[in-house]
Write a protein that binds this ligand. Structure first.
Ligand SMILES: [Zn+2]
Length: 267
């Protein structure tokens, strides 16, 4: 397996259970990684190895529902008896790995140098429209007293705008969620003409396809939430274009596996 080149703030490691991508800028703040096709994350043993790789004793995974709900685990607290329904997890527990799973959606990791608290975010188009990244910044501030201007973020592999054509319903959902027009125009490449241009009965079909820059939209939301642009690192890897290493729901449909973004608070 040849691993695709990544920007300087990222690097690969290879171990018996598979290759993993790490963000060098997060390393001093929090153990972190993004998994690849291997492990399949289908067994407890897979998760045990991932836990071990970030120095954690236990892992929190979520029943992800494409929203902006947050689950908070404080140091020493027990884990919920079943996977909580949420797309954001925040914690200051150094024994705990926070994990989000994704197949094209953005796995996003955040760490606070001042308090040591961390966040893991799952943000596909629905979560991005809902503002999951902002919810994570707000939760770190509210629950642990983090200052958004201190936070460091890594945006892992996700479907790139190169491969992510979406329908007008997706653009409409972002507009309905209240995102400013200039942001929507930036996130959706080849933005559609205004609906009024078309007669009402042919409007939807006549609008040209548009492509969504999920990673860019999440970066922008972090900036709008107060995270400095220079603290946000993008892996730049498109999941659909690296199927030997990554996995893509768009490209593989139901056969697609999942990658995970994993982070642990420092002790
Ligand atoms: Zn692509």
């Amino acid at each position: 397996m040849s691993l695709p080149p990544v920007p300087e703030p990222f690097y690969w490691t290879e171990s018996s259970w598979g290759a993993a991508l790490h963000c060098r800028a997060l390393d001093p703040l929090a153990a972190n990684l993004f998994t690849t096709r291997q492990p399949e994350l289908s067994t407890g043993e897979d998760w045990r190895r991932v836990c071990e790789a970030v120095g954690a004793e236990r892992v929190l995974t979520l029943a992800q529902v494409h929203g902006r709900g947050v689950v908070t685990i404080r140091r020493g607290s027990p884990l919920p008896p079943s996977r909580p329904e949420a797309d954001v997890a925040v914690s200051d527990d150094a024994s705990l790995a926070l994990a989000v799973r994704a197949a094209d959606c953005v796995p996003l990791l955040l760490a606070d140098p001042a308090t040591g608290a961390v966040a893991a975010v799952h943000s596909g188009w629905r979560g991005t429209a809902a503002g999951a990244a902002r919810a994570a910044v707000e939760a770190l501030a509210r629950e642990f007293g983090a200052q958004p201007g201190d936070l460091v973020a890594a945006i892992g592999p996700c479907i790139g705008s190169c491969c992510y054509e979406v329908g007008p319903d997706v653009v409409d959902a972002f507009a309905a969620a209240g995102h400013p027009r200039d942001a929507i125009d930036r996130w959706f490449l080849a933005p559609p003409p205004r609906r009024a241009v078309f007669p009402p009965d042919t409007g939807r079909e006549a609008r040209p396809p548009t492509r969504l820059d999920l990673a860019g939209a999440n970066r922008d939301q972090l900036i709008l939430a107060g995270v400095p642009e220079g603290h946000i690192y993008l892996s730049g890897l498109c999941t659909a274009m690296h199927l030997d290493v990554l996995t893509s729901y768009r490209a593989e449909k139901e056969r697609a596996g999942r990658i995970a973004g994993v982070i642990r608070a420092r002790s």
